[in-house]
Design a protein around this ligand. Structure first.
Ligand SMILES: Nc1nc2c(ncn2[C@@H]2O[C@H](COP(=O)(O)OP(=O)(O)OP(=O)(O)O)[C@@H](O)[C@H]2O)c(=O)[nH]1
Ligand SMILES: [Mg+2]
Length: 490
């Protein structure tokens, strides 16, 4: 996802690594890589020009502060390349932001009308949004307002069934504006408090489609009209958005298939050109692959610096907090088996393909390319071929047991050996951290471990204030709980 852009910014940073100051020659050279990747990613030309000019002006005009003091009074050195990246980060955020992922309500109900060209992912987004609303405690109704494409209604009905959301289907011969109006009335007269209208798409913006969409819009007055564009549309997304915006009041954009396209330039330009904010991103076919759009997160990812905040948010969604805490406690005591590790891996897997997760870890972007999608499957096969005792105490696995496990899982003996070596090392490390090492490492007293310190001191600076506060509070709560448990045991 967005590899083309990341490559350009990474190259720029590499060019600036080690330079003593950001002079004109150095900046222009760095910007040349950025420019190439922006154009290759199909970002609107005028936007590229503007963006580069702004970065250049700031990079030349701002005095680089080489030392900054963080909240704890520690001094960090800032190198010119870091300063450059910071400017890029801020300008990317300005280009794509501000954050605006709210969905408006009218008369107590959230109503969303989805519009867009054929095949961009409207129906998928309809189901994803319904699921998203459901997760927020709403009771949505999906409306099948595409009566033209064969099987379009069935597609939505099937998706609705999968997520347990009712789908309003019109009678034979009924036209979309009427279907939508009836659906709106159905919501008003029931306990439903959200509605998502899935409309038909066309190959290109045509008059007939526009008129129909205008009619629906007039009759149901949705609180949110969202245009769906896919990343594959590149620069066209901008033109299409302009055309739709000239006919309908658009409240936001949903950008889909960001997983499927390395370019994704539309994400950068479309807000700047149309003024319509990006509200959601679609990053996969599965119905949980919808992200509330965060410009800072996407900017970090584009810069190859990962997106820890987003990763943590996703993780909080899939992880069972109590269980995770118990696991962590056992891990730190060294009482941790391969079964536990597999469980952890599977939790991580729920967040999406490993490759993507790595791409969102700071500094791991390039590593992501080496991660193979079936890595977890292979580890799983190995662990499943072990006896419960072997899983608990992998140190008992000798050559003959290892050969048996390899045969049972259809893998090589060397893979069994590698897995056990890696696991044992990890367990030893965690156990040593648990016995006070973590506290020492973090420079805090025993028991006062600070995981943030392990992420590197300056890292906190990029996180938004509320996110940081939230996770700090969470950490404090967890620590308090742990302390309580400990004192109970004593
Ligand atoms: N990889 C990927 N595929 C997606 C995403 N969103 C949708 N798709 C796929 O794109 C194809 C078209 O999606 P639909 O939701 O049917 O698109 P639509 O806009 O409703 O299409 P029409 O109703 O024909 O106009 C389907 O195969 C989806 O699974 C996404 O974020 N990533
Ligand atoms: Mg559709």
């Amino acid at each position: 996802m967005l590899e083309t852009l990341t490559r350009g910014f990474t190259a720029a940073r590499e060019r600036l690594a080690g330079v003593r100051e950001l002079d004109e020659a150095a900046i222009d050279e760095a910007l040349a890589s950025v420019r190439r990747s922006l154009l290759e990613a199909d970002v609107d030309y005028a936007v590229v020009k503007d963006f580069l000019a702004r970065v250049r002006e700031r990079a030349l005009g701002e005095k680089v502060r080489t030392r900054v003091r963080d909240a704890r009074g520690r001094v960090h050195r800032i190198t010119p390349d870091q300063h450059f990246v910071r400017i890029c980060q801020q300008e990317l955020e300005a280009l794509m932001g501000p954050v605006d992922t709210s969905l408006a309500r009218a008369a107590g109900a959230v109503s969303v009308m989805l519009v867009g060209l054929q095949g961009v992912g409207k129906t998928t987004v309809a189901a994803k949004l319904a699921r998203h609303l459901q997760a927020k405690g709403r009771r949505p109704l999906l409306v099948a307002a595409d009566v033209y494409r064969p099987a379009a209604v069935e597609q939505l009905v099937a998706l609705g069934e999968r997520i347990g959301v009712p789908v309003h289907v019109g009678r034979p011969g009924q036209l979309p504006p009427e279907i939508c109006e009836e659906a709106r009335d159905r919501v008003r007269g029931s306990d439903r408090n959200a509605v998502v209208y899935d409309t038909a798409g066309r190959l290109a913006v045509d008059e007939e489609l526009m008129q129909e969409l205008e009619q629906i819009h007039r009759r149901v007055a949705p609180a949110n009209t969202l245009l769906v564009c896919d990343a594959l549309m590149g620069r066209d997304a901008v033109n299409v958005a302009r055309e739709f915006a000239s006919r309908l009041t658009l409240d936001g954009l949903v950008l889909t298939k960001l997983d499927g396209d390395a370019r994704g330039g539309a994400a950068l330009a479309v807000k700047a050109v149309t003024g319509v904010p990006i509200k959601f991103l679609g990053t996969g076919e599965a119905l949980d692959r919808l992200e509330a759009f965060r410009p800072d997160g996407l900017a970090s990812r584009i810069l190859g610096m990962g997106d820890i905040v987003g990763l943590v948010q996703d993780f909080e969604q899939v992880v069972d907090e109590k269980e995770a805490e118990e696991d962590a406690e056992r891990l730190l005591k060294g009482h941790f088996g391969l079964d536990d590790m597999l469980k952890q891996l599977k939790t991580i897997e729920k967040m999406g393909p490993l490759k993507e997760i790595f791409a969102r870890l700071p500094g791991m972007g390039s590593l992501a390319e080496q991660v193979e999608d079936d890595q977890i499957r292979r580890v799983e096969a190995l662990i499943y071929s072990m006896t419960p005792d072997e899983r608990r105490r992998p140190e008992i696995i000798d050559r003959s047991r290892g050969t048996r496990i390899a045969r049972g899982s259809g893998r090589k003996y060397s893979e069994v050996r590698d897995l056990i070596q890696r696991f044992t090392k990890m367990r030893e490390m965690m156990a040593s951290l648990g016995s006070g090492g973590l506290g020492r490492l973090a420079g805090a007293g025993p028991g006062g471990a600070d995981p943030a310190a392990l992420l590197g001191g300056g890292g906190g600076g990029r996180r938004s204030q509320p996110a940081r506060n939230r996770s700090q509070q969470k950490r404090k709560r967890k620590q308090a709980r742990r302390d309580r448990k400990r004192s109970r045991r004593r």
